[in-house]
Design a protein around this ligand. Structure first.
Ligand code: IMP
Ligand code: MG
Length: 188
């Protein structure tokens, strides 16, 4: 397998710089804090592995209110079924019953992952509330009937983006910014 010899190898252009991501995370943290300050209970930030790791750690740091943190891993299948399908690969450890859960995702694409979490897995845990914060949103790719996120960092066009946790075949998660790959790099 060909690996990068420099971090930025294969990147065509930067879509969101480190500074822009920082501003985005600060803004999201402010919006989230307003909601949960009113509720008066710390939320459980539930990161979707692996893509959300950089985002959730910056978000926790930026959040001016206390929160707990846990993780889930979801495997999604985009097979013949038109709606797509997903299943849980890692359970959260914190009991979510009665808690205010904020799902933290790297990117909302077709929506299969978040629909599974928010309409199937999480309701079974009987949380007090379920909200979604996604760093990026690709609305053009959304399957019909899938909801929007409660908090969105930025909308992106239908291009494959990497960095700041987002990967192509497990590569590029380590970039501190979000970039677009040069055309031949990306075979979805
Ligand atoms: P979904 O299609 O909304 O279920 O998105 C599932 C997952 O696909 C996301 O959590 C990302 O990990 C991944 N994904 C979707 N679009 C991109 C992209 O442009 N770059 C990297 N990963 C992506
Ligand atoms: Mg991914």
């Amino acid at each position: 397998m060909r690996r990068r010899t420099t971090k930025a190898q294969g990147i065509d252009r930067v879509l969101f710089s480190e500074a822009e991501l920082h501003t985005m995370v600060e803004r999201l943290a402010g919006e989230i804090a307003e909601t949960y300050r009113d509720i008066g209970e710390p939320p459980v930030l539930l990161g979707v592995l692996n893509g959300s790791v950089l985002f959730i750690s910056d978000l926790m740091r930026a959040l001016p209110i206390p929160c707990d943190v846990d993780f889930v891993a979801v495997q999604s299948y985009q097979g013949e079924r038109s709606t797509g399908d997903a299943r849980l690969r890692l359970q959260p450890k914190i009991p979510l019953t009665g808690r205010h859960v904020l799902v933290v995702e790297d990117i909302l694409d077709t929506g299969v992952t978040l629909r599974y979490l928010c309409s199937e897995f999480l309701p079974q845990q009987k949380p007090a509330s379920i909200r979604v914060c996604t760093l990026l949103d690709k609305p053009s790719r959304r399957r019909p009937g899938v909801f929007a996120a409660d908090y969105t960092g930025a909308e992106v066009p239908d291009v494959f983006v990497v960095g700041y946790g987002l990967d192509l075949n497990e590569e590029y998660r380590d970039l501190p910014y979000i970039g677009v790959l040069r055309a031949p790099e990306h075979k979805e």
